[in-house]
Design a protein around this ligand. Structure first.
Ligand SMILES: [Fe+2]
Ligand SMILES: [Fe+2]
Length: 240
């Protein structure tokens, strides 16, 4: 299932495209998010003007990713609330993944402010559904909680890969017409960030597999239902 995302080949292609669009700087797609990097806030620096096409793309990307990371933050929050009482042995693992999701969530909150992107109108629904999913799967047990992570991260990892392909295409088309041959710094930074977050999500997916996600019962029903819910949430948040 991990290989089905073609992550490694995608990573190589994306990294190659980014490095060629980044003034020779080597793009590092290393996983993990140990120390949050400072997030540029509105007014911290002068942002270059973005084309209408790029602005529309960024607004859609930021809106859907902010909603997704809000959901991920709350899923792990719900699982943590249960496991810290029922399975203290799992608490550090859940807390580690939760920390990374909090960082992702805060990053997109900041980007939402910087680019003045409205949140998804369904954010209150994501909040309730995600926390409920986290609590519910944790109450079902470790395997169900890990199956939830596997399902969510499979969809989100693929979603980030799709966004990276779009970002790379946009970077290349902007660079082709730019006077200095470079796409806007905003786009290049965003591509690096999305790639890094994608790697974090796939690390969560691998963790779930290593912790018996596939032993959950009913595995197919549980994971396919959650995947369908995630795909519906992505579709909706991109548009509303
Ligand atoms: Fe995330
Ligand atoms: Fe994740």
């Amino acid at each position: 299932m991990i290989r089905s995302l073609s992550t490694k080949s995608c990573s190589r292609r994306v990294a190659a495209a980014l490095s060629s669009s980044c003034s020779g700087k080597r793009f590092n797609s290393a996983s993990t998010t140990p120390t949050p990097a400072p997030i540029p806030a509105a007014g911290d620096r002068k942002l270059p003007p973005l084309s209408p096409r790029t602005r529309d793309f960024l607004a859609r990307l930021i809106r859907v990713d902010q909603a997704g990371e809000l959901g991920a933050d709350l899923i792990y929050s719900g699982q943590h609330a249960v496991f810290k009482r029922t399975r203290p042995d799992l608490e550090p693992l859940i807390a580690h993944m939760w920390d990374q999701e909090v960082y992702h969530h805060k990053t997109f909150d900041a980007l939402q402010t910087t680019h003045r992107v409205r949140p998804s109108v369904f954010s209150p629904l994501w909040t309730v559904a995600a926390y409920g999913l986290g609590v519910g799967t944790a109450v079902m047990g470790k395997e169900a909680a890990m199956a939830c992570t596997l399902a969510v991260e499979t969809v989100i990892g693929g979603h980030y890969n799709d966004q990276l392909r779009e970002l790379v295409a946009l970077i290349e088309s902007e660079a082709a017409v730019a006077e200095d041959g470079r796409a806007s710094e905003e786009l290049r930074e965003l591509a690096k960030m999305v790639s890094r977050f994608r790697d974090d999500e796939l690390e969560h997916l691998e963790t779930a597999v290593e912790h018996d996600a596939e032993k959950a019962r009913p595995y197919i029903l549980l994971t396919e239902t959650i995947k369908a819910g995630c795909r519906a949430a992505v579709w909706t948040a991109e548009r509303f």
